[in-house]
Design a protein around this ligand. Sequence first.
Ligand code: ADP
Ligand code: MG
Length: 340
Amino acid sequence: MINKIKMLNDLTINKIAAGEVVEAPYSVIKELTENAIDANSTNITVEIKEGGQKLIRVSDNGDGIYEEDVEAAFMRHATSKIIDLEDLNTILTLGFRGEALASIASVSQIEITTKPRNQSYGIYLEIEGGVVINKKQVGCSNGTTITVKNLFFNTPARFKFMKSPQAEATKISELITRLALSQAKIGFKYINNNNIMFTTSGDGHLKEAILSILDKDLFKSLIPIHNQKEPIKLQGYIGQPTYARGNRNYEIVFVNGRYIKSKLVYKAIEDGYKEKLPINKFPVCIMNIEISPQLIDVNIHPMKTEIKFHNQQMVYDLIYNTIRNTLVENTTVPFFSLSN
Ligand code: ADP
Ligand code: MG
């Protein structure tokens, strides 16, 4: 017998989509924090309890959401950031698909309190498994606070796949470190199980943010890098070769303020350090690549952590040459000879 084809309902569609966007607590934090960044916030606080399994809270002092838009923000494919695909050629916001809030809300209990500057009251909305269960006006400060509790409470298979709270917290700490470093103009505070893990000042200086978050020895070894060759601009810090690492954790790369993972960029960095580092040691490099949105594609990965550079050679060459030249000028460690 042939089964009839039927359209799925919205709640089911959102839960299926959540499988892609909401992999674990850290993906919820990534989406919420990126929304806070996109909302022109100058202060963002991220709080977790038990690796985010019990509680995730992201508060910002940004634009807020108007009363008439609050529910729409939780609808699938609803976004204030683009109107059509062409807009991706010019936008610099981190989000654009309009599916994160709908996906998260479909697999958790979520509360939002939000108030734009020129609306005299705030709105509180509570959603459980994608269904609105409470909405009211409240007094609150400007900006948005979103609290996510009991993630995956209605998707037992996903719930089972969560790692231990400690393992989740480790991934989350790494993520928040990167997000805070990607936006030195925003003051970040990160709270884990009621302990303040770090705060950054938001004074716009990457070096200050690095000092607030990473270790002091690393800070002392930093050399600034800066290079511009139209249409790309590089800016950031690399570490002295003496501060080599056992893994790639400190190869931290942003493209227009978006944290990304890129084999091409890691290769350019590591090739730049070739003969300066022993085998199986990795450099420190924290840098932002500024490039016209027309020359990249940010829409190739569900979590948008991978992007495509249209001209890979140009990107490789600029990074490689910048790092090579900076090392030649600033380090006393000689390059190991290639000939022996
Ligand atoms: P996207 O970020 O792709 O637009 P989301 O589902 O993450 O999609 O968010 C939907 C919409 O809700 C956003 O386009 C934005 O208008 C609004 N929004 C979400 N979070 C915030 C926030 N912290 N401050 C202000 N507006 C927000
Ligand atoms: Mg978003």
